[in-house]
Design a protein around this ligand. Structure first.
Ligand code: R2B
Ligand code: URA
Length: 314
């Protein structure tokens, strides 16, 4: 009775979803709403002039932590040589502490918290925001952290396919008690562009590979160091080796829903995560704080390079 419904997003031809480079909300009910309150962003169509505030956005970067996304916006402000003091960049979502949002010229930087549900709530409201603001030709990039599989810590992984814990390139959502399955295909050209860009930047070891998205950091990622653990070291390593053989090079917690929602709404998307450790070697993150900070800047440096190139600044 719970057979999954396979939506027709699983083929390779997504042309029907990307007719023009505008943001497609896939919800007929929205048209009949007089006002749309983006509750978790503390924004709305009646309280804010969204086209004026956001109409010029071309690049949206999302990442887990509010502080990291603020420093990314400051970094971009400086890299793009925008006027004004980058200390003045304010949190557009200051009226809520669920998410933080910063704008630097055509770049929007938003936090999404940890895990699929937190990411999906933010994305529903972000995609509606881009739609209400009548943005065009927008690309979305997740810049994040991850656990590496067979890679030296500090390696940047550009995601080829976002896969679930069974190594399938799909995202399952329960809707009205039924499982809906959506494809997690990412933009191939954008991934290749990022990989090519990485070669132009010193000290930025980068690979392309599959990214596994889980619903837990501990048992869900095969860690032996959580409050609960029901498996042996051998079983853990067997699973991680299977993941490696399926092309998985890093593990994080948001990529599948990010890829699925962007694809459905006609937004070109990429995922760029740095690895903080090699999961074949251990589970605890014992890298010195200073080094962790340096690692976390790597996806930012790569994405900033891509943005500057696309804007013709380099
Ligand atoms: C990477 O890091 C977080 C867990 O530490 C999670 O948000 C993710 O995807
Ligand atoms: N984020 C994750 O989800 N897993 C890791 O191992 C490190 C960061």
């Amino acid at each position: 009775t719970m057979a999954p419904i396979l939506f027709n997003t699983m083929g390779t031809d997504h042309s029907e979803y990307i007719e023009e480079e505008e943001v497609h909300v896939k919800n007929p009910h929205l048209d009949s709403m007089e006002e749309d309150i983006l509750y978790h962003l503390d924004l709305g169509t009646k309280t804010h002039n969204l086209p004026e505030m956001f109409g010029d956005i071309k690049f949206v970067c999302v990442g887990g932590s509010a502080n990291r996304m603020k420093s990314f916006a400051q970094f971009i402000h400086q890299e793009l040589g925008l006027p004004g003091d980058n200390d003045d960049i304010r949190d557009i979502c200051a009226g809520t502490d669920r998410y933080s949002m910063f704008k630097a010229g055509p770049v929007l930087s938003i936090s999404h918290g940890m895990g699929v549900p937190s990411m999906s709530i933010m994305l529903h409201e972000l995609i509606k925001l881009l739609h209400h603001a009548r943005c065009r030709d927008v690309i979305l990039i997740r810049i994040g952290t991850s656990g590496g599989v067979g890679l030296a810590p500090g390696t940047v992984v550009v995601t080829k396919q976002a896969v679930d814990c069974f190594f399938q390139a799909q995202f399952e959502q329960v809707v009205l008690g039924k499982v809906i399955t959506r494809s997690t295909e990412l933009d191939k050209g954008l991934a290749e562009e990022l990989l090519a860009n990485s070669a132009e930047i010193p000290n930025l070891p980068t690979v392309i590979g599959n990214t596994m998205c889980t619903h837990d950091f501990y048992e869900g990622q095969g860690r032996l160091d959580g409050a609960l653990c029901s498996f042996s070291t051998e079983e853990k390593l067997e699973y991680l080796h299977k993941a490696y053989d399926a092309g998985v090079r890093n593990i994080e917690m948001e990529s599948t829903v990010f890829a699925a929602m962007c694809l459905t709404c006609g937004l070109k998307a990429a995922v760029v995560c740095v690895t903080l450790l090699n999961r074949f070697e251990g589970d605890q993150i014992n890298t010195p704080h200073r080094l962790l900070l340096e690692y976390q800047q790597r996806p930012q440096v790569l994405v900033s390079h891509l943005i500057k190139k696309r804007l013709g600044l380099i």
